[in-house]
Design a protein around this ligand. Sequence first.
Ligand code: PGA
Length: 257
Amino acid sequence: MREKIVAGNWKMNKSFEEAQDLVSNILEIKDQHGKLKNTSVVLIPPFVYLELVKDMTAETGIFTGAQNLSERENGAFTGEISASMLESMNIDFCLAGHSERRKYFGETDEMIAIKIVAALRHDISPIFCCGELLSDREKGTHFDIVHSQLNQSVFSLNPNDFANIVIAYEPVWAIGTGVNATSGQAQEMHAFIRELVTKKYGKNIADTTTILYGGSCNSKNAADLFAMPDVDGGLIGGASLDAEEFTLIVKAADALK
Ligand code: PGA
């Protein structure tokens, strides 16, 4: 059975104290719900709070992830954070290809491919984000766009490396807009992605590849989305900033399959 994951991407939010409060509230509420059956929780705070989150969640089974990483190994690259630094802090996951990085920071499929290789070289599991713009969906090219993103950023990995990545389908028109993809739209794209993975890497790898949905996922729509056979959890933005809301989403995932 493949791993279910609910990951909270805090983006550029929270003060240090607020970050502390959020983690302690998540831990407190999570404890009240008892042990999770088969869902992994990943917290993805801004870099400056990674150590805090790592310390606060030690021994809880919660994983930590970074929101970005440099495609360079180390050296004179002011402001950058390398995969080897993240590895030295035992960070488990790293986002790669988030649409905000593509849109505001000019990240291309090629840059994302290099970041993914850097993460894998340092034992960090990349969460590769893909997804179409509204204009792509309106034109009916959304499958082509996602296919091309996969081709250019992850389908040149060898099977062993590919088996260590997580895919997040995040239609850009759904991110932060309050308009989520319907469960039917999400399932259709997730099944398409899994089919492409099957063609490229075979059924065994495809069956164990975790494919998350992201884009205005919240405690009200999570159960419907996660009930889809090819949706293996969520990458949560806005709703991960509230402990109660985030924990309800985690519970929704854990209650299914
Ligand atoms: P959202 O963001 O849940 O706020 O729509 C999701 C994401 O960007 O990962």
